[in-house]
Ligand binder design. Structure first.
Ligand SMILES: C[S@@+](CC[C@H](N)C(=O)[O-])C[C@H]1O[C@@H](n2cnc3c(N)ncnc32)[C@H](O)[C@@H]1O
Length: 270
């Protein structure tokens, strides 16, 4: 069930979204392809915090349909590389934005150690069980001192009931520990800074309406819709919240830091 729900949400709907954008027009592409909850204000916060600038390489881990990376390329002139495990999402990103997309899982990033100028990972960590490995891999491929921009859905309490299938929301405290263990220093955090303006949300809604009209009868649509409803319910009940984080890769931690730190800790006498 979990794998089916995730595939429905991140693969089937991704492909349908690209079809709908092609019908409605290119001005719908970025708003519809930001599927991790980032508003334009959130993207601007992350881009400014990470000091994105023309020509730098931005790795977007779990890039989905590519809206955030395309936005960063358009507004800040970065050279994005998308990493995404779901095939229909990769095809959608390539079709809509013509950006390079690597087929891979964030737990094993096929890029050289210390080769990336900056990384984003937006709306992804809560869908990943092994968050430590993903963060460790992002740390490995980043240049020492480079920026990581995160959008994370966090749990506001110790337990979140009725979570959407496959989602494991870290508490703020767990997230802080995971980032430190992976070799990151958190420089700044923010709440989601404001809702998207109507000009943006209306375009995303128009795309969603076309997808609904075409695919309402498809079981994958029903699964994805149920995931969205659960998310909306948890936000409304204030059981989960969005956090933006700017962290930097600490240069003093070796790429093999994850097991080395655990090993070191195990050696420390109680
Ligand atoms: C909520 S979507 C966000 C997509 C995109 N970051 C955005 O903001 O529009 C979560 C994405 O994470 C991807 N994902 C899930 N598990 C992953 C993993 N282990 N490694 C890399 N990406 C993963 C999914 O395929 C999906 O595209």
């Amino acid at each position: 069930m979990t794998a089916l729900a995730m595939a429905a949400e991140f693969d089937d709907v991704a492909g349908w979204t690209a079809d709908a954008v092609e019908q409605l027009g290119v001005q719908h592409a970025v708003p519809a392809a930001c599927r991790g909850g980032a508003s334009p204000a959130a993207l601007a916060w992350l881009a400014e915090a990470c000091e994105l600038s023309p020509g730098i390489m931005l790795l977007d881990v779990g890039a989905g349909v590519g809206g955030p990376a395309a936005w960063a390329a358009e507004r800040f002139g970065v050279r994005p590389i998308l990493l995404e495990p779901m095939p229909a999402a990769r095809r959608a990103a390539a079709r809509l934005f013509g950006l390079p997309v690597v087929a891979a899982d964030g737990r094993r990033i096929p890029l050289r150690t210390g080769s990336v100028d900056a990384a984003w990972c937006l709306g992804v960590l809560c869908t990943v069980q092994d968050k430590a490995t993903v963060l460790g891999e992002i740390h490995r491929v980043l240049k020492p001192g480079a920026s990581l921009g995160l959008l994370v859905v966090v749990a506001r309490g110790p337990q979140v009931l009725q979570a959407p299938e496959g989602n494991h929301f870290p508490t703020e405290r767990e997230l802080t520990g995971l980032l430190a263990d992976a070799g990151f220093e958190v420089l700044e955090r923010a709440d989601q800074p404001g809702r998207a303006p109507l000009s943006w949300s209306r375009r995303a809604e128009q795309v969603a309406a076309v997808v609904a009209d075409r695919h309402r009868a498809d079981p994958a649509y029903a699964l994805a819709a149920r995931q969205s409803e659960r998310f909306a319910g948890l936000f409304a009940a204030r059981h989960i919240a969005v956090r933006l984080i700017h962290a930097v890769s600490r240069p003093d931690i070796h790429p093999n830091h994850v097991w080395r730190r655990h090993e070191r800790r195990a050696r420390v006498p109680a």
